[in-house]
Design a protein around this ligand. Structure first.
Ligand code: HEM
Length: 395
């Protein structure tokens, strides 16, 4: 399947594993030793496939913030994920359309919805038998929030969730031909559901994100509309779920930290922040050099792809003391690069933090004896890091 491609939107398609070139695939269970091997080789390392990779925090941060690099790498353009593969001025123009909907103030409006969804999910957790933490708790929360953010009417919500979940699974890699076929059917149905909302918001605009996207004539070209919605959908369905899952896993694997949180539930936000650093849900990004540059003592020609190993940069010993330790009181946890940096800094960061903090605090309080109750199953691929199945028992 390595050369198998699936067309998604317009000229975009997702490939099974865009950065197999640095063997990140081999690191699915535990990519961190691989990052240390890269670190031991240097601050900027040439890969077997003629690209560059860095797990150096300072260099990664500098590249992400610099305007001299392009985000339009081959992989990003092929994935067709809108903003992620765009550069100014188009990137700036499109990002402005939705930026106002993701400010911390605006996102705080979702707190009651998040609290009520978390409370309901916890109330419905099986008490007497093991359950999968991902499908019964970590996934339904972000899915409910993104459904609300997209303004999907109740009548279409179940179908939207079903197709959105299927579609989001593409980011972990195409599993089989049957999976590829399902993705195509799913894409069409999602486009129909989204188009219905867009048409409705054109007729009767209200004060919400979809009204702004639907009525941003002159600021959003018609061919940019669906890729933008798709990016938000994938981001909403595939990232926060892993932040919740990874944080709970780190806590269950570190009893001392778990006890600390049990005694001080207000540390939940810091536990989430430390998990972002310790086990990032998105493990890498990439940029393209636009001119020849010297970086980290290495000459890099124009047109070279530099892979930024976010998960590795987050464990750079030059920035984080005892970087392999999960420590929810770490003073500089927030210096992680898990939401990227610069112009492409994750627009959903306030939402992801709010959802994960509420979810982690409430589940760890409601199920103080939560324990792992079966073999863990990881998401495929090296880009997204998280669990596909996380069997736990509450008592
Ligand atoms: C961009 C991670 C949640 C929407 C990014 C990038 C990263 C990231 C690393 C930048 C990639 C790059 O620089 O190449 C995460 C993580 C999340 C999360 C780890 C959760 C734990 C969300 C959510 C949303 C969202 C909930 C929206 C509902 C976006 C968008 C961009 C983005 C629209 C593109 C920004 C741009 O290119 O200007 N995210 N994200 N993210 N994220 Fe997130």
């Amino acid at each position: 399947f390595s050369s198998y491609r699936i067309r998604l939107y317009g000229n975009g398609y997702l490939r099974r594993d865009p950065v197999s070139l640095i063997q990140l695939r081999t690191g699915i269970e535990d990519p961190y030793p691989l990052y240390e091997r890269i670190r031991a080789k240097g601050r900027m390392v040439r890969t077997a496939m003629n690209g560059m990779v860095t797990v150096d925090h300072r260099i990664s941060d500098q590249i992400l913030r610099s305007r001299s690099y392009s985000a339009a790498t081959k992989e990003a353009k092929e994935a067709g994920l809108s903003l992620l593969s765009m550069d100014p001025p188009d990137h700036t123009r499109l990002r402005e359309v939705i930026a106002g909907d993701f400010t911390a103030r605006r996102i705080a409006d979702y707190r009651p919805l998040i609290a009520s969804v978390v409370a309901k999910l916890i109330k419905d957790l099986p008490r007497d038998e093991p359950f999968d933490l991902i499908s019964t708790f970590a996934a339904p929360l972000p899915v409910a929030v993104i459904t609300e953010l997209f303004g999907i009417p109740d009548a279409d919500a179940d179908e939207f969730v079903r197709h959105g979940t299927e579609f989001g699974s593409a980011i972990g890699g195409i599993q089989s031909l049957a999976h590829a076929r399902r993705l195509l059917a799913t894409r069409e149905r999602l486009a129909e559901i989204l188009d219905k909302v867009i048409q409705q918001r054109r007729r009767e605009p209200v004060d919400d994100m979809m009204s702004r996207i639907a009525n941003a004539d002159g600021q959003v070209r018609s061919d940019e509309l669906m890729p933008l919605c798709t990016l938000l959908l994938i981001a909403g369905f595939q990232t926060t779920v892993n932040l919740i899952g990874n944080t709970v896993l780190a806590l269950l694997s570190n009893p001392g930290q778990r006890e600390l949180l049990a005694d001080h539930p207000d540390l939940a936000g810091q536990a989430v922040e430390e998990c972002l650093r310790y086990d990032a849900p998105v493990q890498r990004s990439a940029r393209l050099t636009t001119t020849a540059v010297e970086i980290g003592g290495t000459q890099v020609p124009a047109g070279e792809t530099i892979v930024i190993g976010i998960g590795g940069a987050n464990r750079d010993p030059a920035v984080f003391a005892d970087a392999d330790n999960f420590d929810i009181t770490r003073p500089n946890a927030k210096d992680h690069l898990s939401f990227s940096g610069g112009a492409h800094y994750c627009i959903g960061a306030p939402l992801a933090r709010l959802e994960a903090t509420e979810a982690v605090r409430e589940i760890m309080t409601a199920a103080p004896d939560l324990r792992i109750a079966g073999p863990l199953e990881r998401q495929p691929g090296g880009l997204v890091r998280g669990l596909r199945r996380f069997p736990v028992a509450a008592a």
